[in-house]
Design a protein around this ligand. Structure first.
Ligand SMILES: *[C@@H]1O[C@H](CO)[C@@H](O)[C@H](O)[C@H]1NC(C)=O
Ligand SMILES: *[C@@H]1O[C@H](CO)[C@@H](O)[C@H](O)[C@H]1NC(C)=O
Ligand SMILES: *[C@@H]1O[C@H](CO)[C@@H](O)[C@H](O)[C@H]1NC(C)=O
Ligand SMILES: *[C@@H]1O[C@H](CO)[C@@H](O)[C@H](O)[C@H]1NC(C)=O
Length: 343
């Protein structure tokens, strides 16, 4: 048994040795041209039974150009053409090929199948964020970043397929498709409920939808209150609080006087003030018409060429000087009445 295996290994190594010795290197295998988010990468497996120290050279072409050089003498098993300083066109049709080399020995070229970049690229997953606002959830979608161009340039009519479900009830998922806007509001949701969302991108030119986004979940809350209402209420409360504090600081002396007066009112004064009025003058005044007062009307006439300046600032602003005079008189009268009352 073990002798047979040994014999097989010996035969194989002898074969390899003979191919190497004859200067023919077997070719790389499984050569494929791939694209993810619009990059262009050639991948391959090493030749069967290959020894170490192999390097590879790759080339690419379009239907209208001959082969151009890509990666040279790379020891990796892939070559990202979009990393090289060559122009890759988003609608281009590309074919790649690879050759193995060790020392002076080269293998034959192995060609990949062609791919059309925008039709065949694998579109990566979009990035989804959720913001709950009362009974609605805002879904905000960010497109995957393309290596060549941008998603909206390559696929002008790309749409989002938004699938959402109540947490734990994925079998009852609902979908909103054909949305072009990157912000979508999920409405008519239940309050205080956790919803999960997953988004895929559909395009008109690429038959496959994008990779699905990561599932994200968010809870609805109570009835919505616009955030600006809360902001205004907070602002008003803050403003009032600040005003109160300022007033308290400015009038702290008066307030402390008012709250704890230094001199208490004597007891008999309090009794007197609380007792019903007994003064005959007061009673007479209360039940009789106020005495008729005699007064003269006065007018103030401004001197020519001189602006009128009567009394203080407040009087000078009065549009009607006569009315101001009357007001003054009334005040005088009031004072005298008070004086009478006090006596
Ligand atoms: C690639 O390797 C071959 C053989 O070792 C060498 O002749 C050639 O100059 C190398 N090319 C580059 C670009 O390094
Ligand atoms: C890339 O290619 C352009 C023109 O094809 C050239 O001007 C530029 O110097 C190159 N840059 C690098 C880093 O090789
Ligand atoms: C998705 O978006 C979030 C927030 O903008 C960011 O932190 C995160 O890195 C993004 N993820 C991907 C995969 O782009
Ligand atoms: C949207 O996604 C859901 C879930 O993946 C799928 O069942 C549905 O067919 C998709 N709709 C469209 C129009 O792609």
């Amino acid at each position: 048994m073990s002798a047979r295996v040994c014999a097989l290994i010996l035969t194989l190594s002898a074969l390899c040795g003979s191919t190497a010795a004859s200067g023919v290197l077997s070719s790389p295998t499984n050569v494929r041209l791939t694209s993810y988010n619009m990059n262009l990468v050639l991948r391959w497996d090493p030749p069967e039974g290959a020894a170490g120290g192999l390097v590879y050279t790759t080339e690419y072409k379009t239907p209208v150009t001959s082969y151009r050089v890509g990666c040279v003498n790379t020891s990796h098993l892939e070559c990202d053409f979009t990393r090289l300083n060559i122009s890759i066109i988003e609608y281009g049709i590309y074919t790649g090929r690879v050759q193995a080399q060790v020392g002076a020995k080269r293998s034959g070229w192995v060609e990949s199948r062609h791919i059309t970049l925008d039709k065949d690229t694998i579109i990566g997953s979009p990035n989804v964020s959720l913001f709950s606002n009362g009974a609605t959830i805002d879904v905000s979608i960010k497109d995957p970043v393309f290596v060549v161009s941008e998603l909206r340039n390559v696929y002008i009519f790309a749409t989002y397929n938004i699938t959402y479900w109540k947490d734990g009830q994925v079998e009852k998922a609902k979908s909103i498709s054909n949305k072009q806007q990157s912000r979508v509001v999920l409405s008519e949701l239940e309050l205080w409920t956790k919803y999960c969302v997953q988004v895929q991108i559909n395009t008109e030119r690429n038959s496959k939808p994008s990779e699905p986004s990561k599932i994200v979940c968010e809870s609805t809350t109570s009835r919505e209150e616009a955030p600006w209402v809360a902001a205004i209420v907070t602002f008003v409360i803050m403003a009032v609080a600040v005003a109160l504090v300022v007033l308290a600081v400015v009038y702290r002396e008066s307030i402390s006087h008012f709250l704890c007066p230094k001199d208490a009112l004597p007891q008999h004064f309090k009794e007197y003030l609380q007792a019903p009025p007994t003064s005959s003058t007061y009673l007479a005044m209360q039940y009789s018409r106020p005495p008729k007062e005699i007064y003269h009307q006065i007018s103030i006439v401004a001197e020519e060429g001189r602006p009128l300046e009567a009394g203080g600032m407040s009087c000078s602003k009065q549009p009607d000087v006569r009315a101001g005079g009357e007001l003054q008189e009334k005040r005088e009268r009031l004072k005298s009445t008070e004086a009478v009352k006090k006596s």
